[in-house]
Structures are given as C-alpha cells and as structure tokens.
Design a protein around this ligand. Structure first.
Ligand code: P1T
Length: 404
C-alpha cells in the first residue's frame, strides 16, 4: 500500500507501540461482553472492577530503560491502554490508538501523505474533515477530489498516480448516504490506494469496516462511543503493522492524546454502547416513518427506509440502521431554521450520538465550512441525532415544531 511512510527519512527513530499487559482472551465473547470487559482486567493491587484513572505523568524505572511497560504518560498510560485494547477489540483490529479528538485522529492519518499526494473524499464528508484536508493539508501541497462514493465508477475515474487514500464515511454526515465499503476497497486496493473509513455514525456495534477490507478505521469517540456529550475524543483502529507503527509514532511525537479522565469516560460509555444503539435505532426508525408522512417534509434520509438508495448495501454491511435521521423541509432554509429552533426535547446543538436528542441545521452549523464548496448541503436540511428518550415524547416534540 502506498500511503505507509515506513522507510522514508521522516520515519520512526524508535519503535513505539503500546505495552501490552495481560488481557483476557475475549475473542469468543459477544459484543456486549467485550464492550464491558475487553482490555479491562480487575486492578491487581486492589481488585477494583473498573479501570482506575491513572493520573501519574511518569513511572519509576529500576534502572534506565527498565520499567513495567509505562514510562511517560504521553507515550503510554494504563487507562488509555485499556481504552485502546477495548476499542481495538470491538473493531476486530490488532491495534487501537486513542487521540484527543476525532480531528486529531484524522490529522494523524492525513499526515501520512506527502506534498503532491492526492486523497479522495466523499461529496458529503463531515465539514471538519473537508476543512482539514482542503484548508490545512491543501496548503501543504496535498491534492484532493470530492467524489460521490456511492458511484464506484466515479471513484475509479478519480484515482490518479499519486492517489494515496480514499476517505469513506458510511452513513455519511449529514445526508446519511451509504457507501459500499467492500466495493470501494476492491477498486482502491487494485490501484494501491488505502481505504480509511470514518465509522463514527455506525459505531463498531453496527459495522466493522476492517472486516470489509478497509485499512484504517477512524472515530470521533465524542459521539456514540462516549454517548453522554461529556467527552471529546478520537480513535484509530487498524490491523496493518506498517501503518500502526507510523501512527503510534505520531501519537507520541505530536502528543494529541486524550487525558486519563477522558479515557475513563469513554470506557464507561462504551460499556452501554450495544443497549444504547439498539434504542437509538428503534427510535430513529419510528421517527423516520413519522416524518415520511408529514406535509412539511420533502424527503427523509434514513438508510433503514426501503426507498433509501443505499438500503440494500446498508442491509448487507450494517447490523442496524443507526440513530441519525435527516430530512429536507418543504419550505426551505427559513422554515428549517424555525423548526430546529422550536423543538423542546430535541436540543438545538451541534454534535450527535448521545443519550439526549439533538437537532440542527447543517448548512448553518456543522457544515458551514463546506458552503461554496462541492460539499455544500441544502439549506433546508435538518439533521436529527435521535436519543434514547421515550419515543412518544420525541414524536410529539417534532410534531409541535413542524406544525407551529
Ligand atoms: O469533533 P471531533 O471529535 O474532533 O470529531 C470530528 C468528526 C469526525 N468525523 C465525523 C463523522 C464527525 O461527525 C465529526 C464531528 N462531528 C460533529 C461535531 C457534528 O456535529 O457533525
């Protein structure tokens, strides 16, 4: 694969990988059991059944270089290691690498490219992803193309001699399009191009891109993984040793690592990921079905609807349709703005994936940075992050907001 920079002059001076303490052989366990236990042995000194928040920044050595696997907390930390092992397990990955935010994780991946290299993005990528590639890496000489990734021929046509990575979201943010991950992998790999999948919307409970052939999975763990709107985090899961070596090196060299407390919050959130996702999916399906029939709704974007263009692929590669629903207001931008301002249970806010329901207008909020770009979204688009409240309260709230 081309985008590994192993062997070039900027590459590792030291081989940095996380130390590996003993861990249960959890490979046979079901998802919920692994979510609760993988990477998390009871603390040996106290028997504590939850992973302690290890705040120490440095670890005693018996002689120079002789230690118990931890030296300095930017390089490795026991609470972070538990999170890395846990999420790697859930993604079916050999390596897990935690970052301070989803964008920090994406930056580490984009940083494997060199001036003149080319990356393919989806036409409806998250606005922050577009901003990073076009406005940060673009200025450093990285070329990019925005392509409709549901069109495999368009991807093949966009690949050039310097294309290094294809970045896939599925479902996409905010239009909930579905991309055939295995199909993209076939085309990309035939051309020596790596496939990066942002699995934030699906979570490892609903979709495992590595099992579909992807090279790298990235998460904004701020969302469903944390699940409670109280921690910002990012994560990379992968099985390729060459890329992992470089990414562990960058994690330590750049230092965009999550705090031990953030890692603890993520570990706690992940324990309930499965049960939360079941309820998110149920509530979202009920809301999508309600919205379809509403006069003020031009169209509903939800991959669990049989009329969604990605329905077949979603059924094949996902274990549920997720908790995000978008729709286009019949009356356009102003009406969309009024609707998102009128809900009471749904809070008007950016972000997604937590227990509480959120509503927003992407063109004015999360996707403002893609205005006037090929990724611009309809101003009448409304995005719902459907929470796990009583579904009748959510339906009543949308009804009063759309009818008012
Ligand atoms: O916010 P941060 O943890 O840095 O993650 C960035 C990110 C990456 N990928 C996807 C698919 C995302 O949705 C995000 C963040 N998204 C929002 C804040 C939002 O409201 O869409």
């Amino acid at each position: 694969m081309i985008s590994s920079n192993v062997g070039d002059e900027n590459m590792v001076e030291e081989n940095i990988t996380s130390p590996k303490p003993p861990n249960s052989d959890s490979s046979q366990w079901g998802f919920e059991t692994r979510a609760i236990h993988a990477g998390q042995e009871p603390d040996e000194s106290t028997g504590a059944v939850t992973v302690p928040i290890h705040l120490a920044t440095t670890y005693m050595q018996t002689s120079p270089g002789q230690h118990q696997g931890f030296e300095y907390s930017r390089t490795s930390n026991p609470t972070r290691l538990a999170l890395e092992q846990n999420l790697a397990n859930l993604e079916g990955a050999k390596h897990g690498i935690a970052f301070a935010s989803g964008m920090a994780a994406e930056d580490a991946i984009a940083g494997m490219m060199r001036p003149g290299d080319h990356v393919i993005l989806g036409i409806d990528a998250y606005g922050g992803t577009f901003r990073l590639i076009a406005k940060v890496y673009g200025e450093r000489g990285i070329k990019w193309s925005a392509v409709d990734l549901s069109d495999l021929d368009a991807i093949a046509a966009a690949i050039g001699p310097r294309t290094r990575q294809v970045w896939v979201e599925s479902p996409t943010n905010p239009t909930l399009a579905i991309v055939d991950i295995a199909g993209v992998v076939d085309i990309a790999h035939a051309n020596g191009v790596d496939v990066v999948v942002d699995n934030t919307f699906a979570t490892p409970y609903l979709q495992n891109p590595l099992s579909l052939g992807a090279d790298v999975v990235v998460h904004s763990s701020t969302k469903y993984l944390g699940g409670h709107s109280d921690v910002v985090g990012g994560f990379i899961a992968l099985s390729r040793d060459d890329l992992a070596e470089r990414l562990f090196f960058v994690q330590n060299a750049v230092g965009a690592v999550p705090s031990p407390f953030d890692c603890y919050l993520l570990l706690r959130g992940i324990k309930t990921l499965g049960v939360r996702m079941d309820r998110h999916c149920q509530n979202a399906a009920a809301i999508a079905n309600y919205l379809i029939a509403h006069d003020m709704v031009k169209c509903v974007l939800y991959p669990g609807l049989a009329e969604h263009p990605g329905y077949e692929v979603a059924t094949r590669q996902m274990r549920g349709s997720g908790g995000m629903v978008s729709f286009i207001h019949v009356k356009g931008a102003e009406a969309a703005s009024a609707t998102v301002s009128a809900t009471k249970v749904f809070k008007l806010a950016e972000s997604l994936g937590a227990v509480e329901s959120l509503i927003e207008q992407p063109a004015a909020m999360t996707h403002l940075s893609v205005a006037d770009s090929p990724l611009a979204v309809s101003e009448g688009l409304v995005r719902l992050s459907v929470g796990i409240e009583s579904v009748d309260d959510l339906l009543d709230d949308l009804k009063q907001a759309l009818d008012s």
